[in-house]
Ligand binder design. Structure first.
Ligand code: MSP
Length: 513
């Protein structure tokens, strides 16, 4: 079995500071990366910044700063955000790096060599905000201007010499590919929109611009810069040292397992990117997953709409784990989701403080007082103990399968139910009334501790910091977290000491409580 796993986030435009939508893509990717790691995979997890193009050039001009200097500053805020969000990315790529430039040039040359690129003239609409070309039927009038129907971003007319990529030629091969690889575009609800777009006829794609300079120059024609999406998409390859296909990173990690993106950039990832790769005879990534949007009110959160919940402010106020948990649990994965501070606070109080934190505190306090601070050594499992323990064992492969289908909702529901069952078990079994029957008392405590261990392992990809704090009860460290051990009911070392831990989550006092 291939135990390598390559996951990518979109690379972010450093045109403004990071917002919740960016944090969302990254947190979800980190969830998968961490899960795969505890399931024994060697994980390459890539994120970074997309620094070329007219959008960035204009943003830098507005600030009267050199584009590279402008990017240096904002790219650093994205790098810092990775730390704030506790991401385990193994690389952070900037498209202004030399390794990336070499890779983009190599891909261009390959496409050119294969006869996939030709010189002509582009006359049509362009949105700088989306860095996308639009045809007449994708444009509408708005307050005297023209805008793209899907993104509502302003478009401008472009009339200039341009290199074109023979996208039209790949219409049929793409449709065949989607057909033969039904999971390539996920979730399946997004597949149809891509297929119908391709079926409506693909036109050759303009892949260079002449009227500005901030980008990677076309090899052998320095008057042109390479279209920023061709440049940006190549980051997935440049980070693993393409064109050096003998390189061990390339060997281990290409094709990528999943490009995780927002649904607004599906066209670039599910049409242009596979077409470029087919044309360059490079294997295609296994999956492109387009998640939904984080909404504030009913609108997409975005800078131009001024409705941004700042992830850094939220982390400063509540901590990173509550934010991670909230986004993963409350936004039904694949769909759009509304977020609010009110619901975040509810989540902290009910799920994290009451259900998880409290269970950890109760069972450790009880063990310290009644079991000499030791994991009980004499136990005899009864049916009710086995029932709750077996729930993990029996579902291990199912959970793996769900994760491979990006069914995060299943994963989190499993945890929420397990927490509910664990609290119920502890209350129903009433260990405090079993002081005359030490074997039973010990068995209940052992079982509850084992459940806390199992749930903490499962929570680790979602709330790593808190799960690790909880695992200090058993002196289990990060390296020892292995998903496969959830099969084992006798994992905890009998008779070893357990440790008191700090309060995991402080309850938020709500104004209307
Ligand atoms: N630079 C391109 C991606 C190039 S990938 C080769 C880009 N950058 S972006 O900064 O505008 O957006 C990055 C990601 O953030 C996209 O996947 C986008 O969907 C996501 N989000 C931006 N706003 C969002 C929300 N409000 N909600 C969820 N995600 C959204 O596009």
């Amino acid at each position: 079995m291939n135990k390598n796993f390559y996951i990518t986030t979109p690379i972010y435009y450093p045109s403004a500071k990071p917002h919740m939508g960016h944090a969302y893509s990254s947190i979800i990717a980190d969830f998968f990366a961490r899960f795969k790691r505890i399931d024994g995979f060697n994980v390459n997890f890539l994120t970074g910044t997309d620094e070329h193009g007219l959008k960035i050039q204009r943003a830098a001009e507005d600030k009267k700063i050199e584009p590279l200097k402008f990017c240096d500053e904002i790219s650093q805020t994205f790098r810092d955000l990775s730390k704030t969000l506790n991401l385990t990315n193994t690389d952070f790529i900037r498209t202004t790096e030399k390794r990336h430039k070499l890779s983009v040039e190599a891909l261009w040359k390959e496409l050119k060599k294969n006869g996939e690129i030709y010189l002509s003239k582009y006359s049509g609409w362009y949105s700088v905000s989306d860095e996308a070309f639009y045809s007449d039927n994708e444009i509408e009038d708005f307050e005297g201007n023209k805008q793209a129907i899907t993104s509502k971003s302003k478009v401008e007319w472009v009339d200039e010499e341009s290199y074109f990529f023979r996208l039209s030629k790949w219409e049929k091969p793409l449709l065949d590919y989607y057909n033969n690889n039904p999971d390539f575009i996920s979730p399946s609800s997004r597949k149809n929109e891509v297929i119908s777009f391709v079926k409506s006829g693909l036109k050759d794609l303009s892949v260079s611009r002449k009227s500005f300079s901030w980008g990677i120059k076309v090899p052998d024609d320095k008057d042109h810069v390479i279209y920023v999406w061709l440049d940006a998409l190549t980051n997935y390859l440049s980070a693993i040292n393409y064109p050096n296909t003998d390189d061990s990173l390339y060997q281990k990690f290409w094709p990528a397992n999943i490009h995780l993106i927002g649904k607004d950039i599906l066209r670039f990832h599910a049409i242009y990117w596979p077409a470029f790769l087919l044309a360059a005879k490079i294997p295609l990534p296994k999956k492109v997953y387009g998640h939904g949007w984080i909404l504030s009110g009913e609108e997409k959160m975005s800078k131009s709409k001024g409705n941004i919940l700042d992830p850094i402010e939220i982390v400063n106020q509540y901590g990173i784990d509550p934010l991670r948990y909230y986004l993963i649990k409350e936004v039904s994965f694949g769909n759009d989701g509304n977020i609010s501070q009110e619901r975040l606070e509810d989540c902290i109080n009910s799920d994290l403080a009451n259900n998880f934190g409290n269970l950890c505190q109760r069972v450790t306090a009880f063990t310290i007082k009644n079991c000499d601070s030791k994991i009980p050594s004499q136990v005899r499992f009864e049916n009710e103990d086995l029932k709750i323990l077996d729930n993990f064992k029996l579902n291990l492969d199912l959970i793996r399968k769900k994760i491979d289908n990006q069914d995060i909702n299943f994963y989190i529901d499993f945890i929420v139910n397990s927490l509910f069952e664990a609290n119920k078990y502890f209350n129903d079994q009433e260990p405090w009334n079993k002081k005359e029957d030490l074997l039973r008392l010990n068995t209940i405590i052992y079982t509850t501790l084992e459940i806390v261990r199992k749930i903490s392992f499962m929570l680790y990809p979602i709330i790593p910091e808190s799960a690790l704090k909880a695992l200090k009860i058993f002196q289990i460290n990060e390296k020892q977290i292995e998903f496969a051990t959830l099969e084992n009911h006798n994992y905890l070392k009998k008779n070893s000491n357990i440790k008191k831990i700090e309060i995991l989550f402080k309850k938020i006092e709500k104004k209307n409580d």
